[in-house]
Design a protein. Structure first.
Length: 548
């Protein structure tokens, strides 16, 4: 656009200034450069700045591939976001690929751990608990499984994405604190098992912590894959909280108990708990039986739906049994037994009749015996109410176990609360795997670069979670609110919603003809709500958006 001897260009700031502000406040580029940058005078974009550019791309929620990053930044105020002298054309696949290679050489997990723990300790973001979980990430393309043990193996395995047709890589993630701060990420082979890797990850993190000062000793929280008789119970010299697998005979017997045998304690939100002692694996531990009314009602409906379907199926099968002729009684019973194996919640009432055929047509004569040609089975399936009751007893129930025997400082209520916080890791995975986040499946050709990209993706999660936590904290401390989607004032907005509010903020640059450097800039489309959000994010955000 041209106006009065000037060229005018607009770029979209939107929410990207908030992301850039959090990255600067956390000093992500500086921390990476301290470890990776080799100070090549010809290098325009440092490894740390390239990493921040990928974070901005990832949190742009445009689902662009890495090689399209320059296209992403063409419409953005790049210098305001990344620093003077940096242009969109500098952020090409060579620059980003080089940064990923440097991250991989340093060690993706090592680098992320150093950054995360440094940031968490400086900003007091750690708690005494660490939540551990893993997920699978699908990869596109053909990858050969090599012999280099230091390189993650992209191969087939149990797909949590329900994509068994694609090779995959496993990501192990540890989060801690009120901000759900990711403090450790680790790429693992595509066929890695949680039962083995959980214990290895804990061991690595604990070894890593020995190098740090001011880092708390964690109590480890994970799902039932952690509860392994030969590993957790015999080898662990740390405190843990885990779900008990119901494949254990003692656990199954406990969840099947009738309510009359259990002394329940009522909790909030439809929960009940009952505590027990266990010496499973020869380790003294506390078992907490949990009941959730919400889960019970949901699972009960599922059971009833399946029973109705089974009723229909069995009615047809019994009809066929009644109309088949078997050569012997044992054949008839075997046929019934084959059906009953698949329907354990049913009892079968039956009788066997001989099938007689007369040699002559018409009504048989008195006392004519006829020939025995086979047997018919009259069967009827009825629900086994005892078995169904035992099944329903298990619904809505699960068992948590811990080796922390201090009931004063780690109460039953805290056990339930801390395990429910395990959803922080699961939410992190949902965020990372959101199709609108960075990529819904990975297209990089190098396994090492895939490892490095997973580290960048976890940095995106870190920036998002810390940004959201800081905003919510600022709202509470300043006794302020922001409107939600239905214009209700709240103090706990999601950062995704804040990003949507910020859509439409532009930077207008004025240029003299034949000059590339702008002579004047201004921010457009700032209203009171957007100004309030920027101020809540602090001085760095205010500087980026050009407000005092």
């Amino acid at each position: 656009m041209e106006m009065a001897g000037e060229n005018i260009r607009t770029t979209a700031m939107d929410h990207h200034g908030l992301v850039a502000a959090v990255c600067r406040d956390l000093k992500i580029a500086e921390r990476i450069n301290q470890r990776l940058d080799r100070r090549d005078p010809r290098r325009i974009v440092s490894a740390g700045t390239a990493a921040v550019a990928m974070i901005l791309n990832g949190l742009g929620f445009t689902n662009r591939r890495l090689y399209l990053t320059p296209q992403f930044f063409e419409s953005k105020p790049v210098e305001a976001l990344l620093g003077d002298g940096i242009l969109a054309e500098h952020l090409d696949d060579h620059t980003l690929g080089k940064a990923l290679d440097e991250i991989a050489r340093y060690g993706s997990s090592q680098l992320f751990g150093e950054l995360a723990f440094e940031i968490a300790i400086e900003n007091n973001l750690l708690s005494s608990l660490a939540h551990l979980d893993s997920t699978s990430m699908s990869v596109e393309g053909r990858y050969e499984v090599g012999d280099d043990a230091s390189v993650v193996k992209l191969t087939y395995g149990h797909s949590k994405d329900h994509r068994p047709d694609l090779k995959q890589v496993i990501m192990s993630l540890v989060v801690s604190g009120k901000s759900a701060m990711p403090i450790w990420m680790e790429p693992l082979d595509g066929n890695a098992s949680d039962k083995a890797t959980f214990h290895e990850t804990i061991k690595k993190v604990r070894e890593f912590q020995k190098q740090l000062q001011g880092c708390p000793t964690f109590k480890w929280v994970a799902d039932s894959a952690l509860y392994h008789k030969d590993k957790l119970l015999k080898q662990a010299d740390y405190l843990w909280l885990s779900r008990v697998p119901e494949t254990i005979k003692e656990a199954r017997a406990l969840v099947e108990k009738s309510d009359s045998e259990i002394s329940w304690t009522e909790r909030e939100k439809g929960y009940k708990t009952a505590n027990f002692s266990s010496h499973y694996g020869n380790i003294e531990q506390r078992w907490l039986l949990i009941y959730s009314e919400k889960s019970y009602q949901r699972e009960k409906k599922t059971v009833e739906r399946k029973l109705k379907k089974s009723d229909e199926v069995l009615e047809k099968k019994c009809w066929h049994l009644r109309n088949d002729v078997f050569l012997s009684e044992s054949d008839a019973l075997n046929a019934l037994q084959e059906i009953s194996k698949k329907f354990s919640l049913y009892l079968f009432e039956y009788s066997i009749e001989s099938v007689i055929k007369h040699t002559q047509a018409g009504r048989p004569k008195k006392n004519e015996m006829g020939n025995l040609i086979g047997y018919k089975l009259n069967a009827k399936a009825v629900r086994n109410q005892t078995a169904i009751e035992l099944l329903l007893n298990r619904k809505g129930r699960f068992i948590l176990a811990t080796n922390d025997l201090d009931t004063i400082n780690f109460s039953d209520e805290q056990i339930l609360s801390e395990y429910k916080s395990q959803q922080d890791v699961e939410q992190g995975f949902r965020f990372i795997k959101d199709p609108w986040f960075m990529v819904d499946s990975i297209f990089l050709k190098s396994p090492k670069r895939i490892e490095a990209l997973m580290m960048i993706m976890t940095l995106c999660l870190m920036v998002y979670n810390i940004g959201e936590y800081r905003l919510r904290t600022a709202l509470v401390e300043n006794n302020e609110t922001l409107p939600n989607q239905i214009n209700k004032p709240i103090q706990n907005p999601t950062l995704r919603w804040i990003f949507q509010i910020m859509e439409g903020i532009s930077v207008i640059c004025f240029y003299k003809k034949n000059l590339q450097k702008s002579i004047k800039e201004m921010i457009a489309n700032l209203n009171e709500l957007r100004l309030k959000i920027i101020r809540l994010f602090g001085p760095t955000a205010q500087q980026i958006y050009g407000i005092g």
